[in-house]
Design a protein around this ligand. Structure first.
Ligand SMILES: *Cc1c(COP(=O)(O)O)cnc(C)c1O
Length: 473
């Protein structure tokens, strides 16, 4: 008899201990790379070890090198945590070990994806019949979306890119805001279009694409794709998608929206205006591992036109059993072939939260980001009143962005060096964790509130830690 119980109960024990410790755990890794190598490295194992022992060794070895991104005081990058239902469903996904590429390989995975896809389309208010792929993240969602767009704009120019490739094809222009996410450029490299196809469009001080600049750059004909953004990774700002769609469609261009975390604003009654007109776009990319707080990795791609989506991705091989009754073969919508059944965790997340629960996460992340910005700004006034003139400038805190969603950019003393020092000091101190960035040439601390558990006390403790680090920096 195989002993599943040993390693799995070891894992269960370790998992619940880790999760229960998150709220009070130091938010940052403690171990150096050398210490981790020391704990985990060594010669290639020549003979078997008991699985339970392996799990205990692994868990112990990595413990001090984990970045606790599930903490309510983790504000780095744009990372989400994991909700209980999605985490548990993710465990079962691993246990069931389904290959979700084909309906025949897992009818359950296919139907759960189909159901979840319809829920997502309704949540975001996208057109009925929109096709959906469950990918690893927004990087691959951008890639898949742009592959569909590449197919369609070239088809309209009389070119079959799936058959004839890009050599000799009409050139494609990709019009994208100057503050687009770097994964757009990377997707275009993967697609053989190269970064030189990008026509950068001017943006405003929040990073929003300027429609006038787009209107000027669009040409009257030729294959063109416009890349808009719902949620700038620094400021959280939204491109005016409605106007962008009108301008682009008028010239026969497709509009892709990178809404990795921002598209979730569509679920909130209060924040929905940020994505006004989003349903007019053609493909969209987003993540489930950010705002929805599904465990890594989980991204989503949508296309209002299933045919080009399918044409860009689908594959036919004699030995595959492809479904003839119209059931969902997910490899028609995904760049992967064999594939983890990512739909289960997304399904469980949506079922457990419901529309109102998702809206609450979106609204709370926004409210907590505003609270963080306001607390820092208010404390600056106190410091100003109490301090000597000389230290005024040094302690000055500026919020560089309009906090429209969950992102806050903070700059200290209008000084790059001081700002970077404060970011490092906060990371070392361990109450909370955030990273630095450069926004329009200025160093900034970048706060992203993306965790479903973050509450007022997390914000207040974190803001106090930041202010203390500033005083000592
Ligand atoms: C995070 C992010 C991406 C990349 O997403 P991954 O899930 O890391 O692949 C792309 N675009 C934007 C706007 C993002 O915030």
């Amino acid at each position: 008899m195989v002993d599943w119980d040993g390693p799995l109960s070891e894992a269960y024990e370790r998992a619940t201990t880790y999760l229960a410790g998150l709220p009070e755990r130091r938010v940052g890794p403690r171990a150096t790379a050398a210490e981790l190598r020391q704990a985990l490295g060594g010669a290639l194992p020549q003979s078997p070890t008991d699985p339970q022992e392996v799990i205990a060794h692994l868990a112990k070895g990595v413990e001090e090198g984990l970045l606790p991104s599930g903490s309510g005081r983790f504000f780095g990058f744009v990372f989400g945590g994991a909700t209980p239902a999605s985490l548990a469903a993710d465990w079962l996904t691993t246990t069931w070990d389904q290959n979700a590429g084909l309906y025949a390989a897992s009818p359950a995975a296919a139907v759960v994806e189909e159901v979840t896809a319809e829920w997502l389309v309704e949540l975001f208010g996208l057109p009925r019949g929109t096709s959906v792929g469950f990918v690893t993240g927004a990087q691959m969602a951008n890639f898949t979306a742009l592959a569909a767009a590449r197919h369609e704009v070239l088809r309209r120019a009389g070119w079959d890119v799936e058959r004839d490739g890009l050599i000799g094809a009409p050139a494609i222009r990709v019009l994208a805001g100057a503050e687009r996410h770097d994964t757009i450029d990377r997707a275009l490299r993967f697609l053989g279009l190269g970064t030189n196809c990008i026509v950068p469009i001017a943006v405003d001080d929040q990073g929003r694409l300027k429609p006038e600049a787009l209107a000027e750059a669009l040409s009257d004909d030729g294959p063109q794709i416009v890349c808009a953004q719902a949620g700038n990774v620094n400021t959280g700002a939204f491109d005016p998608v409605k106007t962008i769609c009108d301008l682009a469609h008028d010239k026969g261009a497709w509009v892709h929206v990178d809404g990795a975390f921002g598209i979730w604003a569509a679920v909130s009654d209060k924040l929905r205006p940020l994505v006004d007109g989003i349903e007019r776009a053609d493909p969209w990319a987003t993540d489930a591992h950010k705002t929805l707080n599904v465990p890594y990795d989980s991204g989503l791609v949508f296309c209002a036109h299933p045919e080009p989506h399918r044409a860009a991705m689908s594959i036919r091989a004699a030995y595959l059993i492809q479904d003839e009754n119209g059931e969902r073969d997910s490899l028609d919508f995904n760049p992967e072939f064999s594939r983890r059944a990512r739909g289960f965790a997304v399904y469980a997340a949506i079922r457990a939260l419901g529309r109102s629960g998702i809206a609450e996460i979106v609204d709370r992340c926004h409210a907590m980001a505003v609270r963080f910005a306001e607390t820092l700004a208010a404390n600056q006034t106190d410091t100003l009143a109490a301090n000597q003139t000389e230290t005024l400038a040094a302690n000055q805190i500026s919020i560089l962005n309009e906090v429209v969603l969950n992102q806050v950019l903070v700059r200290f003393g209008d000084d790059d060096e001081l700002t970077r020092r404060v970011v490092r000091a906060v990371q070392d101190e361990g109450t909370c964790w955030m990273s630095g960035t450069t926004w329009h040439g200025q160093a900034a601390m970048r706060i992203s509130v993306s965790n479903w558990t973050t509450d007022e006390s997390d914000i207040d403790r974190s803001a106090a830690a930041v202010l203390q680090c500033l005083q000592q920096a």
